[in-house]
Design a protein around this ligand. Structure first.
Ligand code: F6P
Length: 589
């Protein structure tokens, strides 16, 4: 890429200023900063995209070039993780009605659910709860607006802990920004006799969001500084390592979501390991070793998956380009992670509900969410393999779907969905017009390849030599997240949903995304002031040429109007770049 030109789709775009990480102001949170590694990801081929995603993911563990910031292996982070594991162990073994509540919005809430779901299977007493902005609907489809509702956060927390005496509350908000979590955190700090509050996020406290929260006199920053004061008395904990910018600017579903999983799994694996019997020093060392296992797995995964992931990216791109779909199919936690990945494509890339969908072996019976089977809400809440089977029967031959089956071992039940039995194909997942790919993540030495029916386009084996009995299920599960993330990100980059490394087709569906949109246009048009940028955005949202009548409305109102609309940001970028005097409708055309 030339320094003053950016070639994209055969067109040379002028560079709208230098928009790399070095430009990020002191006030730009790390989670919203552009990453230099992916500066030109939009003009890379599949191999280039894979390489950049790999380098970005390696940064999660040891970001370089970010100055003197607290990162994952920093003593303070390890100490906080080990202390929280101690409290968790206490609660997990107590006979009194105590609980561990994990909470968040979007991917953060879904990871909260995934963690609570798997721990309730092994720890007696159903002690793990989750809350997610927007309720269980948000596990399957993006529900962005509830993220701004701090009162709903408090109500959900009260409801889920009504009968408990002691509660370990773990709020997750990658950007240290979500009002839903801020409300809960503040409530916990008002009730310290019952709650031990913990926040997981990936910015230093001074970069927590300072924008006003609707209907409240506090900001996220106010609430988290209050928590910071409690940490010295060990009445609250802050786990906030810097991970470096996301591969796609602001897309915290990726590194943010992965490290959230790593931290939570480290806390609870350590708690289950009998943390209560170890000294502070030993406990911290054990936590560090667990974190190192994830770092090692990340390296092994990327080293052995290039061909697999790039082939899948290519197929997924062709599917999206031809108006067809990408379907993920997996069992257990990987099944959940496929669904989690698909939900985020909508707000991130302006994707439709059908572009990328996830399915889990056993459907709701296996998913195990609090509200049970909500499949009656519509087809996008139907998540079982049988639902996919029915769907495929209805697809006509023109569709060029990609079906990606990810198995965590050769014994994974998902393989039964595609197996050949006694010479007869089990056609559950077959559709002659589809490209079915099977990926087996194999940790065993001996290969046990099964026969695949002829409709399987390709069987891939990703061999990861893990010396890690204890964690192996978790480590394999996170590899499936990296596969899904890379496939959906790569495909959306390749169909042009990303300019440089910015999500220029995002849905303006909550406060954070409203402000992110203004930030994006200012990146591309440095001569446009924040006020001007907002004017262009409002013109596009409200379809007006003069914003006088809409300017006074609340951000909540603007977001409500923008949410169902397509290409709001793209239109507004174009108008701002051209300083366009045409109407927003014309600009959109
Ligand atoms: O609003 C959309 C979104 O950015 C999701 O992509 C993300 O998972 C969610 O918000 C939560 O963000 P955070 O973890 O920073 O609160």
């Amino acid at each position: 890429v030339a320094s003053d030109q950016h070639s994209c789709g055969g067109v040379n775009w002028p560079l709208f200023g230098n928009i790399s990480i070095s430009d990020v102001t002191m006030e730009t949170p790390y989670t919203e900063a552009a990453n230099k590694i992916t500066d030109d990801i939009d003009v890379c081929d599949v191999a280039g995209i894979f390489e950049k995603l790999k380098q970005c993911d390696f940064e999660m563990f040891e970001p370089k070039g970010y100055g003197d910031v607290k990162t994952l292996f920093h003593d303070d982070v390890i100490e906080a993780i080990s202390k929280v594991a101690n409290i968790a162990a206490d609660i997990m073994t107590s006979q009194t009605p105590n609980a561990i509540v994990i909470s968040g919005c979007g991917t953060s809430g879904r990871v909260a659910f995934l963690t609570a779901r798997s721990l309730n299977k092994i720890v007696p007493g159903e002690k793990f709860r989750y809350t997610i902005a927007g309720g269980d609907k948000a596990l399957f489809t993006s529900q962005e607006a509830p993220e701004d509702n701090r009162k709903a956060g408090v109500n959900d927390l009260i409801k889920s802990t009504i009968d408990d005496v002691k509660v370990l509350y773990i709020g997750i908000t990658c950007g240290l920004s979500a009002p839903y979590v801020a409300g809960q955190l503040d409530y916990c700090m008002d009730n310290l006799d019952k709650f031990v509050p913990v926040i997981i996020g990936f910015n230093p406290v001074y970069l927590a969001r300072k924008n006003p929260i609707y209907d409240w006199d506090k900001t996220f920053y106010d609430v988290v500084t209050r928590l910071e004061r409690l940490t010295s008395q060990r009445k609250g904990f802050l786990i906030n390592p810097v991970l470096g910018g996301e591969a796609i600017t602001g897309s915290s579903r990726m590194k943010g979501g992965s490290i959230t999983m790593v931290i939570l799994q480290t806390i609870f694996t350590h708690a289950l390991n009998g943390v209560l019997t170890s000294s502070d020093m030993t406990s911290q060392l054990e936590c560090k070793n667990l974190l190192k296992s994830y770092q090692n797995t990340c390296r092994l995964f990327y080293e052995s998956s290039t061909t697999t992931v790039t082939t899948l990216m290519t197929s997924a791109t062709q599917s999206l380009k031809s108006n067809s779909s990408v379907y993920y199919v997996s069992s257990g936690g990987s099944g959940v992670l496929g669904i989690v990945d698909s939900t985020e494509c909508i707000p991130t890339y302006g994707a439709s509900l059908d572009d990328v969908r996830g399915f889990i072996v056993g459907g709701y019976g296996e998913f195990n969410n609090a509200e049970g089977d909500i499949g009656s809400l519509g087809k996008n809440y139907q998540i079982g393999c049988d639902d996919l089977s029915k769907l495929l029967k209805l697809r006509d031959l023109e569709h060029n779907d990609t079906i990606l089956v990810v198995a965590k071992s050769w014994d994974d039940p998902v393989l039964n969905e595609i197996q050949v039995e006694k010479g007869k194909k089990k056609l559950k997942l077959s559709a002659s017009q589809s490209n079915v790919y099977v990926v087996v993540i194999d940790t065993e030495q001996g290969k046990r390849e099964k026969n695949m029916p002829d409709y399987v386009a390709k069987l891939f084996v990703i061999s990861i030599d893990l010396n890690e009995e204890l964690l192996s299920e978790n480590l394999i599960e996170i590899c499936s997240k990296w596969i899904f993330n890379a496939v959906s990100t790569g495909a959306h980059v390749l169909i042009g949903k990303v300019f440089r490394n910015y999500m220029v087709d995002l849905k303006v569906s909550n406060q954070k995304l409203f402000h992110r949109s203004i930030g994006i246009i200012q990146r591309f048009c440095p001569s446009v002031s924040e006020q001007e940028a907002m004017t262009y955005l409002l013109k596009s949202i409200h379809d007006v040429t003069n914003v006088d009548d809409v300017m006074h409305r609340s951000i909540k109102d603007h977001v409500l109007r923008a949410t169902p609309k397509d290409k709001v940001l793209t239109t507004y970028c174009l108008s701002a770049v051209l300083r366009c005097s045409t109407s927003p409708k014309q600009a959109r055309m």
